[in-house]
Design a protein around this ligand. Structure first.
Ligand code: SF4
Length: 700
């Protein structure tokens, strides 16, 4: 008489920024839980579809490899011991060296409620801006560019625009692998596709036109496009006059970029460039869709603005099927931005101004709100290395693998007086540097919200019990806050209470012209939170059901209310090739893996796609170096080395290589592509350059 119960929950996929809805069914047979997943047919991001990673989510569950009890200096301990130690060390460090001697490093994997309380504790009560996130590595240049152009970190488009467009220009994106469901939506709609990418990919194979430009020449390409639009009279002069400013300065700069000069800078034939420019000029409904190929650059912010300039010049923004659309990498990169996950922002998208600090002081009832921005990721880990940061808490991320110059980051953590790592898995490159390991719950066990690339807030819902002694991230953060003496401000019983506070802050003291506003959700009940259906911000009194796209009324979030053209001076990558390092290495995701494989690596069928790091190279380079397909190779840069198996392919141009980002020292020695990267950054966003790494190559 075995009992059998089945329970279905709607939640959100924990992988990429598409944010697909997932329907998870738990069939409980005695002590055994059998989980199956399917696409949520009601979720507006995916309408029931899942890609191969999402489909394999059930295979990634279970306790194998999980961190189930706290570990202090390598020995298991109870939570009280762990938290007493942590609070004591943080308090002692702050008292002795001040609030800027401590830091939190967060993750786009965290839920918005986790992010909110972490930011509130550090910026609101400890009094330092030293909260940054791995989203810095992903889309911070897109944020900086939106703020320069629109006055706010405000993504204008929605996914439906990809179907309504007659042309989608994918720049620096292999969406067929990295954002598969969005790519499927474009394909199903029959949208014409142009791909701008130095390498041939699964995406370019299905495009109508592929511009295999010289690595890093994107800003030249879009400056050339702006000049072409001006020369051909293909502008929306009415839109420019009524809704924008600074067009003349942008015109002056773009004038240098003739068709011939642009083609030369981009390394493509003039005829091919003209074909793209004519297509763009002639197609009213055009979306530019861009991702890490644009952002992970030492001039990523300018590249973003060069694209946005072309949309402003043609008035292609705020209308169905039009707009510049940056796509985030992680499931909650945007939710982190909303609550101050970036070191240069306060909560609710507020900048560090005296007025905003005062406003937060009133809202949080704290007189120790941070007065200035904290350290961005690269600078933050440099400060760990120099000893300026003496205590760091790293949550749900693996910077010893993902940061540029990763060996140096790992070495800095090894000598830092206090490193706390909270994660769901026991063994990562970063966990190996920790003094204290804290076991956290993960997907399927957590409750909260995430925001996807189209500003859509969705619920992640728990459908499994928390294993071992794991705790939710928000609970651990509130525990630390309480032990530091701020308990009355962190006495939440459920993530719904945190969400309500976050929503209330977004509308606090009616800040007027603001983009991020979900104040209509400030009073939702626990039941309404549990049932919250996906919707796009702003969600306020005027738009209680959310807002599909922004700027349809021509009003922007700048002081003047007009969008800003940003004159862009195209520049080449800061990392240069040389006789010693004569090849470009590009890096990116594979179709079936996610980040450092701590979750996706558990699914056998995902590993089958690629079991070890492959270094793709052109057969001509292979012949020059005497390399055969499948042979082991070593890449070296001025910073480090990595090894992988040669994969000969015409997809790479001669002189250019590609390697995946997913492997870590925990999985295979010398397999991290990040170990090769110089920590050079974009001056506006602080985002590191990962796409053009100068390397040497030798067969092993
Ligand atoms: Fe998950 Fe992204 Fe695949 Fe959707 S497209 S199922 S969010 S990995």
């Amino acid at each position: 008489s075995e009992t059998f119960r089945a329970h279905r929950s709607c939640t959100t996929c924990p992988y990429c920024g598409v944010g697909c809805g997932v329907s998870a069914t738990v069939a409980n047979r005695g002590a055994e839980d059998l989980v199956t997943v399917a696409g949520d047919t009601t979720h507006p991001a995916n309408f029931g579809r899942l890609c191969v990673k999402g489909s394999a989510l059930a295979d990634t569950l279970g306790e194998r490899g999980r961190l189930l009890r706290p570990r202090l200096h390598g020995r298991e301990c109870d939570w009280d011991t762990a938290m007493d130690f942590m609070a004591g060390e943080f308090r002692r460090t702050i008292d002795e060296y001040g609030p800027h001697s401590v830091a939190f490093y967060l993750s786009g994997q965290l839920l918005t409620e986790d992010y909110y309380v972490a930011n509130k504790l550090m910026k609101g009560f400890i009094g330092s801006g030293n909260v940054d996130t791995n989203s810095r590595l992903c889309m911070s240049s897109a944020v900086a560019a939106y703020k320069r152009a629109f006055g706010a970190d405000a993504v204008p488009c929605c996914y439906e625009d990809l179907e309504l467009a007659d042309l989608v220009v994918l720049v620096g994106s292999n969406a067929a692998w990295t954002h598969p469901i969005l790519f499927q939506r474009m394909q199903a709609a029959g949208t014409k596709l142009v791909v701008i990418d130095p390498r041939a990919s699964a995406t370019s194979a299905m495009a109508d036109l592929h511009l295999a430009i010289t690595p890093g020449s994107d800003a030249a390409l879009f400056s050339g496009l702006l000049n072409y639009l001006i020369e051909q009279g293909e502008l929306d002069q009415g839109f420019i006059d009524q809704y924008t400013q600074n067009f003349t300065a942008a015109t002056r700069q773009a004038r240098d970029w003739s068709l011939q000069q642009t083609a030369a800078a981009c390394g493509i034939p003039v005829a091919q460039l003209r074909e793209f420019f004519q297509l763009f000029a002639a197609t009213e409904k055009t979306v530019s869709f861009y991702s890490q190929g644009i952002n992970q650059s030492s001039s990523g912010t300018d590249k973003n603005n060069a694209i946005i300039n072309c949309h402003l010049a043609t008035g292609r923004i705020g209308k169905p099927g039009c707009g510049p659309f940056s796509i985030t990498g992680q499931p909650n990169a945007m939710g982190g931005r909303e609550v101050g996950g970036l070191a240069n922002m306060l909560a609710a998208h507020m900048d560090f101004t005296t007025e905003n600090v005062d406003r937060l002081s009133r809202f949080w009832r704290s007189n120790s709100v941070a007065l200035k921005p904290g350290l961005k990721a690269v600078d933050l880990f440099r400060a760990v290395e120099s000893g300026q940061i003496k205590a760091i808490w790293i949550m749900a991320t693996n910077p010893a693998v993902s940061m540029p110059d990763a060996d140096r980051v790992a070495a800095a953590l090894q000598k830092c007086p206090l490193v706390v790592v909270s994660d769901c898995v026991a063994d990562t490159d970063t966990a190996r540097c920790a003094d204290l390991l804290l076991p956290a719950t993960t997907w399927g066990e957590k409750n909260g919200t995430v925001t996807n690339s189209e500003r859509r807030i969705s619920r992640q819902r728990a459908f499994l019990a928390s294993p071992g002694e794991t705790r939710h991230d928000w609970e651990i953060i509130c525990d630390l806050a309480t032990r530091l003496g701020y308990g009355e401000h962190f006495s939440y019983a459920h993530p719904a209470e945190i969400f309500r506070e976050h929503a209330a802050l977004s509308g606090f003291e009616n800040r007027g012209n603001r983009a991020f506003d979900i104040s209509a959700l400030a009073d939702i009940s626990r039941r309404e939170y549990d049932a919250l259906r996906p919707r796009q911000w702003p969600i306020n009194r005027e738009n209680p059901d959310g807002s599909q796209r922004l700027f349809g009324d021509g009003r922007f979030y700048t002081q003047s209310g007009r969008a800003h053209f940003v004159p862009v001076q195209p520049s080449t990558p800061l990392q240069r090739r040389s006789d010693q390092f004569p090849l470009w290495l590009n890096s990116g995701r594979l179709r079936d893996q996610w980040h450092t494989m701590t979750r996706s690596g558990r699914a056998r069928k995902l590993l089958d796609h690629s079991e070890m790091p492959e270094i793709q190279l052109n057969p001509a380079d292979a012949a020059d170096y005497g390399i055969e397909d499948g042979q082991l190779l070593e890449l070296r840069s001025a910073r480090g080395q990595m090894c992988g198996r040669a994969a000969l392919t015409g997809a790479q141009k001669p002189g250019e290589l590609f390697a995946p980002i997913h492997w870590s020292e925990t999985l295979a020695q010398n397999s991290r592509v990040s170990a090769l990267a110089e920590p050079v950054i974009d001056p506006h966003s602080g985002q590191p350059e990962f796409k053009q790494l100068p390397v040497s190559l030798r067969p092993l």
